[in-house]
Design a protein around this ligand. Structure first.
Ligand code: 7RM
Length: 426
């Protein structure tokens, strides 16, 4: 195949190798780096749409990915570790590459999707390679759940010891499905909360050591001090909820946003004095366990009631015909904000209106009538980034009736979906 080579940038492997061979000394000494030398830049989307280049450095990042990998998953020598993430996501960087490899672990890499050639793909891999620890996202679990248990038949999952989740809040139903059908009721599930900016896991239970609590990431890891702040910026003590911040840095904290240090300060260190602001909301129970409720910009205010979009999604997902859902707010004359739900539905009967009523009823039963979606639009898929995150920014614009510019959609897995959803708007 023809390749357009750019002089000074591209060179052929064979040419480079023969140059070294001609010297007669194939030894390539490792480059010594400073702990604070840049290791990589990873772009991540914020609420504004313009991605930020998160900068991590050599020393702290590697120390912390190693520490969290070994401790959270309770990795033991010779364990086979399978993180299903895309390697281009921070989860892939930290827990396919740096954490496991620095610990000498066997790290499985998978390129593909969980549903091809069928929805048994992950379980086939677990069986074939005798995987001991699997680390995946709630979105994958929910999607596989929708395909039913047939795809587990004949797959031996007996090697599994620890299950992990990452990336978004896990709803009760998915947690129990994972626990019972994949872990056969005997594997702890670690619900790991962290961010591109944190480099590694900050809040999580420790497999088999600290208690799990479905839908809770539970306790901060040793060395991490979360703080909750109420809407006035006051520190919340004891049980309560608020904006999640971290007091004191940890080894793999974001060093800068590439090319724009003031943006880093503004984004993460300006909201509250001397605190790192995560952009997430959380609640804390009286034992000190944290439940991440989602991005604070995903919190709705419906007739004066604070409702997390994740809460409504969890309730919608309880309906047996629902595969996945995404909820956003839209301006509502009377309520302030109305609730708009985009739902992937595979219920068998044909009456859409009846299905909508049914779903609304489910939400009313689980949360209360106040959380009933005002609009439910059935969609074929949800706009997701390559790492599986729903782009709520886009759905919000559609729900608000924006017909023109939806902002940057280039990071979407399937940009054509957006047009389809726009055309089906209620
Ligand atoms: C690792 C990763 C970060 C955002 C974060 C949260 C959400 C991540 C959990 C979670 C609830 C979890 N990096 N998030 N883990 N929410 N429970 N266990 O996902 O930069 O791509 O996203 O993801 O909102 O701020 S990320």
């Amino acid at each position: 195949m023809a390749v357009s080579m750019i002089g000074g940038r591209d060179s052929w492997w064979e040419d480079e190798v023969s140059k070294v061979e001609a010297q007669g000394n194939p030894d390539c000494p490792a480059e010594i780096m400073d702990a604070e030398d840049m290791l990589f830049i990873l772009y991540t989307s914020g609420s504004t749409g313009k991605p930020k280049g998160v900068v991590h450095t050599c020393g702290g990042y590697m120390v912390f990915t190693n520490y969290t990998f070994v401790n959270v998953f309770q990795y033991k020598s010779a364990d086979i570790f399978f993180c299903t993430a895309d390697i281009g996501w921070i989860t892939g960087h930290s827990y396919i590459v740096y954490g496991p490899l620095s610990a000498g672990a066997t790290s499985l890499m998978f390129e593909g999707i969980p549903t091809w050639p069928d929805a048994g793909r992950f379980w086939e891999i677990v069986d074939k390679f005798q995987v001991n620890i699997i680390y995946t996202a709630p979105t994958a679990i929910r999607s596989l759940m929708g395909f039913g248990l047939d795809f587990l038949k004949g797959k031996n999952l007996g090697s599994l010891k620890v299950l992990g989740t990452v990336g978004e809040p896990i709803n009760e139903e998915a947690w129990h499905w994972y626990h019972e059908n994949i872990g056969k009721g005997k594997c702890p599930i670690v619900d790991t909360w962290w961010q591109t900016e944190t480099g590694g896991i900050l809040i999580s239970n420790i497999a088999g050591i600290t208690p799990e609590k479905p839908t809770y990431a539970t306790l901060p890891l040793p060395g991490i001090q979360p703080v909750l702040l109420d809407e006035k910026g006051n520190v919340v003590e004891g049980a309560g909820s608020g904006n999640l911040c971290i007091r004191f840095p940890w080894p793999s904290i974001i060093r800068t946003t590439y090319g724009d240090h003031s943006r880093c300060r503004q984004n993460y260190f300006a909201a509250y004095e001397n605190l790192y602001f995560t952009g997430d909301g959380a609640l804390r129970d009286k034992e000190g366990n944290y439940r991440i409720t989602g991005r604070v910009d995903d919190v709705l205010n419906v007739s004066g009631h604070r409702i997390g979009t994740a809460e409504v999604e969890n309730a919608i997902n309880m309906h047996s015909g629902v595969v996945e859902s995404a909820v956003v707010g839209y301006p509502h004359d009377i309520k302030g904000q109305g609730i708009y739900a985009f739902v992937i539905f595979n219920g068998s009967h044909g009456d859409e209106d009846l299905s909508r009523k049914d779903i609304a009823q489910t939400v009313a039963r689980i949360i209360g009538p106040i959380a009933k979606p005002d609009k439910i639009q059935f969609v074929a898929g949800l706009p997701k980034t390559r790492s599986g995150k729903i782009m709520r920014r886009i759905l919000r614009k559609i729900a608000e009736g924006e017909t023109g510019n939806l902002g940057d959609t280039t990071t979407l897995l399937d940009p054509s979906l957006v047009e389809q959803i726009k055309n089906g708007k209620l």
